[in-house]
Design a protein around this ligand. Sequence first.
Ligand code: RNT
Ligand code: ZN
Length: 417
Amino acid sequence: MKEEQIKKAYEIAKERYAAIGVDTDKAVSLLEQTPISLHCWQADDVVGFESGAAASGGIQTTGNYPGKARNIDELRQDVLKVKSLLAGTYRLNLHETYGEFGGKFVDRDQVEIKHFQGWIEWAKANGLKLDFNSTSFSHPKSGDLTLSNPDKGIRDFWIEHTKRCRRIANAMGEAQGDPSIMNIWVHDGSKDLTVERKRYREIFAASLDEILAENLPYMKACLEAKLFGIGLESYTVGSHDFVAGYCATRKLMYTLDTGHYEQTENVSDMVASLLLFVPELMLHVSRPVRWDSDHVTIMNDQTLDLFKELIRADALNRAHIGLDYFDASINRIGAYIVGVRATQKCLLQALLEPLVKLREYEDNGQNFERLALLEEAKSLPFGAVYDYFNLKNGVPVGEAFIPEVQQYEKDVTSKRI
Ligand code: RNT
Ligand code: ZN
C-alpha cells in the first residue's frame, strides 16, 4: 500500500470516528505510549540459560520449528528484531533462568543482582524496561509443591529464591526509574485427589507473607492464578479464589492470564470485579485452545473483550500488559509479531469505542440503541487507524512484516543448527 493511500484512509476514518465522538489521534497516541511487555520465553521455548532443559512443572511447549535462540546473544538479537518491526513502547519480561551465569551453575537460591547486571545495561541501551519472574519450575526441587511444600527444607529453598528475585526486580526498577513488575507463579498442585487442600494453601500464604515482607520500593510483585497444570490436574494451590483473596487482603497486584480459567468462563468480566479489590492487574495475554495451550495471541472476541473491559473500567493506568504464550511449531519471531499486533489491534478497538454515546444510551434505558451502536462499532474502519499508527512510526504496515521475518529466518535463525 502506498503511503498516500494509508494517510487518505486514515483521514476518512478519523472523520467517521469523530462523527460518533471518538478522537482517533488520541487513540493512536495512547497506543504508542502504552507499554507491552514482551515475554522473553517465546524466543527459546521456555528453556533459559541455566541448564538447557525443556520446561517442566505444569507447562509444556510443543513443536520443534528450527531456529530457537540458544544463548543470551541470540535471544537479544531476536528481541531487537521483533522490536524493530513494531510500533509502540516495549518492556522485556525475563525469568530468573535467563540470567547471565557465565557458564557456571548458579542454583536458584544463590541468584544475585549481578547475574542480571548485563541485562539491565543492555535494556537501557536499547530503550527497554525490564519486568521479572521468579522461576520455581524446571528444577530438581520443583516437584509438585514449592512454596506450599510442608517440607521446610524445600519450602525455604523456594522462599529464598523468590526473595532474591524480588531484590533483582528492585535493582532493575531502580536502574530504569520505573518499577519492575515481578510475577510469582508457582505450579504447586496435585495430579490426583488430595485431602490437604487447605493445608497447602495455608503454607503458601505464609510463604508469600514472608517473601513480601521486605520493603522494596522499586519493584511491584504480582501473583498469578491458575486453573490447573499438566500432570497436576486435580488441585492447584494458587487457584483463582486463593489468589483473588490473597491479593485483595494484601493489596497485591493480581496476574490475570487469559488461559488460566475454565474454557467457557468470561475472563474479561473479571477485570471489573478484581479492580474493585486489588490495586492493579498484570495481564498475560494468551490464547487457550481447548486448554491452557499458550497458542499465539490473535484478535479474537476474548482478547477484544478483555481490552474493552479495561478501557470501560478506565483502568489502562492500573493494568500492565504482558504476553504469555510459547509456540515452538512456527517461526518464533513471527509468533511474537503476530501476538503483539493482535494485542495492539484489540487495545486500539477498545480505545476507539464510542463510549460516551453508549453510556448515554444505557443511562437513558435506550437498549436497542446501545445494541445497535455496539454492533455498528464493530465494522468501523479501525484497520485504517492501525495502518496509520504503523506508518507514522516507520514500521511495516499490514502483512509487509512477513517478508521481513522470512529474510531474518534466511539470514539468521535458519543457521542455528
Ligand atoms: C504458566 C503461567 C506462567 C508461565 C511463565 C513462563 O501457566 O502462565 O506465567 O507461562 O511464567
Ligand atoms: Zn502466565
